[in-house]
Design a protein around this ligand. Structure first.
Ligand SMILES: [Zn+2]
Length: 702
């Protein structure tokens, strides 16, 4: 090959020395259609190159050395021939060949090295070259007769936001199809490309992926998801103890009944931190908020003999009267100041300052936004009211837990299931109530259930946030937070009453907002308000207190809705950089996943609902960063394997080809179905705990 390759250029060089240099056609100057001229030199006159030349005499070599030429090597050859590798210009080479030297090889031209470096770097980075793709997930499953495929693919061209990835599937009978993935970034960091589960006609036996840069992935055989089914239920196994949405009052009654009905298997635990209760202060606008007004607010809660108190401002009807206030017969009367002509002259600011100064134990007041410094109108009487319309008892609430098991003495591995940290997630206490009652009822008739209660110590908090739940049922169904209002100033305007409260699941102490983690707010009106400090709220302190009081608890499931997720730590990261709480060890991560697949399989056994593989994983990866959430608290602080459900999976609509959301408060039959399937998931968690206990002696548990 080398001989053939170099013969032609050599001929060209020899020809070149016979003609004037101006007539030499460079390769670049040659017309594309014309044959390459024999006069084209191997190295252009001004071009530099490392060449191997054969010199006719030893003397010529000595002259070359004496001239200071850039000689690289002097390879030995037989006989009289003298060969040398030397860096020359084309003109210098031409001069040598004129004197009888022969070009053997152009080893490397100037600029070749730089180009070769850049090419190697481009190839390694996958920029302007084909990228490389990897399947991170490829799973199929069948739900109610329809087979689905879901894939996640990562590209090595992770910094290129325009890369498009197409996945092609093939079934055993040769049918193929393809779909686009979309790029998923989180906290400005590329994660992978993914798509919603795709309906396919049959089990896919192979998937491939190709990118818009030309990169490909090795073909993969999708795995069966979740690849686990629960043990068959005995005939006569009893289910369905849910017939309506349950308010906190209903839940309290159910807990008491179960405690009485199953004395041998149940303790009812009163958690130590009573909540504020379904209560808040009473307020009234005095004046027209659109024109000039102040807000008067009670110091005590509305139910504490405050609702119904009246407030009015009056014109004293005489000149030169001072601003004054009196409280008599449940009426607060503010007499406005007047000038010499008898005209009222008090401002909104003066009246708002006077009321708390005169009655610090009864009232606060502030100037409505936009009313600062305006003349205070004569108005009223108006009535203070807390605006709470429900009939839930208005007193501090004792949150309760059921403790279920034959041996409730800490000798058995403990499992905690808790729900309704978020008030509006009405299906979630149905899950934990169904779970609790299913275990208790079947313990009387089913030996396998009886054995579970022999081996496992189960704790259930059906509603962590009863105050918010009462508000959600009676007053504002989208209420997420608790009823504690930490707002100050004009954020206490009753116009904001549906935005007050603390997000209980952002109020814990691990990976919190206060530690700099992302996914919670300092704004008291935000849906993810973290509170005034870590565990400022009774609701979060109760969960922590229960876990700390029972160190045998090794598993926990925090039940939320909706969306169909099954998640575990880490649940929070810092930005920038997307720095998560410490990842579980490889072994523990594998345990989370294999246990999750068991539980997802159990959920699916009820009505075919399959929690997607893309929604099964660490919270921070599959949902979002939730600073100060309870699962992270229990995992990092108490060493509990702490999962989260988001019950209420999207439902496939074959008519539209869309996945449809169920919402926080679906029509009851859907909530009922969610309770049945996720209670089945919780029962599988009890089996997971039993198997764990059988494998790990109590003393060895960390
Ligand atoms: Zn929630």
């Amino acid at each position: 090959m080398t001989q053939r390759r170099w013969r032609a250029p050599l001929a060209a060089v020899l020809a070149a020395i016979l003609v004037p240099s101006a007539a030499v056609a460079t390769p670049a100057a040659a017309a594309p259609a014309a044959p390459v001229t024999a006069a084209a030199p191997a190295v252009g006159p001004a071009e530099q190159a490392l060449v191997r030349v054969e010199l006719p005499t030893e003397a010529m070599f000595d002259q070359l050395v004496a001239s200071g030429a850039d000689i690289a090597t002097r390879p030995r050859v037989d006989g009289n021939r003298v060969r040398v590798d030397v860096v020359l210009t084309g003109a210098e080479l031409a001069a040598l060949t004129t004197r009888g030297a022969r070009l053997v090889q152009v080893v490397q031209r100037a600029g070749d090295g730089t180009a070769r470096y850049q090419a190697s770097a481009r190839a390694a980075r996958g920029i302007n070259a084909a990228d490389t793709l990897h399947f991170l997930q490829a799973y199929w499953w069948t739900s109610n007769g329809q087979t689905f495929l879901q894939t996640q693919v990562a590209t090595t061209a992770s910094d290129d936001p325009d890369v498009e990835i197409t996945v092609t599937w093939r079934t055993a009978d040769g049918t193929t199809g393809s779909y686009e993935l979309f790029r998923f970034e989180d906290a400005d960091e590329y994660q992978y490309h993914v798509a919603l589960p795709q309906p396919v006609p049959a089990r896919p036996v192979q998937v491939t992926a190709v990118s818009s840069l030309g990169g490909t992935a090795r073909p993969v055989t999708p795995g069966a998801w979740p690849g686990s089914t629960p043990p068959p239920l005995p005939s006569g196994y009893q289910k369905d103890f849910i017939d309506a949405y349950a308010t906190p009052v209903d839940i309290q009654a159910r807990v008491r009944r179960l405690g009485r009905q199953y004395r041998d298997l149940v303790d009812v635990i009163d958690l130590p931190n009573r909540t504020q209760g379904y209560r808040r202060t009473a307020t009234a606008y005095v004046g027209d908020p659109a024109v000039a007004a102040i807000v008067v607010e009670s110091v005590k809660f509305g139910d504490q003999n405050v609702n119904g108190i009246q407030v009015r401002t009056v014109d004293p009807g005489r000149p030169n009267s001072p601003l004054s206030a009196r409280f008599r017969d449940r009426v607060l009367t503010v007499s406005l100041a007047t000038d010499a002509a008898g005209k009222t002259v008090s401002t909104t600011n003066e009246v708002a300052a006077l009321i708390p100064a005169r009655f610090p134990d009864r009232f606060t007041a502030f100037v409505e936004n936009g009313s600062t410094g305006l003349p205070m109108p004569v108005v009223g009487p108006v009535t203070l009211d807390d605006g709470l319309t429900g009939d839930a008892p208005k007193r501090p609430w004792t949150v309760q837990a059921l403790r279920i098991g034959k041996h409730r003495d800490g000798s058995r591995v403990g499992v905690l299931a808790y729900s309704q940290e978020h008030a509006r997630e009405w299906a979630t206490p149905l899950v934990t109530l169904e779970f609790a009652e299913r275990l208790l009822v079947n313990s009387r008739t089913d030996p396998a259930t009886r054995e579970l209660l022999e081996q496992v110590d189960i704790f259930v908090i059906p509603t962590v946030n009863p105050d918010g739940a009462n508000y959600s049922f009676a007053d504002y169904d989208f209420q997420r937070k608790n009823m504690v209002n930490h707002c100050t100033g004009t954020q206490r305007d009753p116009a904001f009453r549906n935005a007050w409260g603390v997000d209980v699941n952002r109020n814990y102490a691990v990976g919190s907002l206060f530690d700099g983690y992302f996914g919670a707010s300092t704004n008291c009106l935000s849906g993810t308000y973290a509170g005034t400090a870590e565990q400022s709220e009774a609701e979060s302190r109760n969960v922590v207190a229960l876990a700390q009081a029972h160190p045998n608890i090794k598993f926990a499931l925090n039940v939320h809705s909706y969306g169909g997720y099954f998640m575990w730590p880490p649940g929070a990261y810092k930005v920038p950089g997307r720095i998560t709480l410490p990842r579980p060890s490889i072994e523990e991560a594998a345990y989370f996943l294999t246990s999750a697949r068991r539980i997802v399989g159990a959920i699916a056994s009820e009505r075919g609902t399959v929690t997607w593989p893309s929604q099964t994983g660490p919270v921070a990866d599959v949902l979002y960063s939730a600073a100060g959430n309870s699962a992270d608290q229990l995992y990092y602080e108490n060493g509990i394997l702490a999962w989260d459900f988001e019950v209420g999976n999207d439902i496939w609509n074959p008519a539209t080809g869309e996945w449809e959301a169920v919402g926080f408060q679906p029509p009851f039959p859907e909530a009922h179905a969610e309770a049945m399937e996720y209670a089945t998931g919780l029962v599988e968690l009890i089996r997971v705990a039993r198997d764990y206990a059988a494998a790990v002696p109590v003393a060895a548990r960390s």
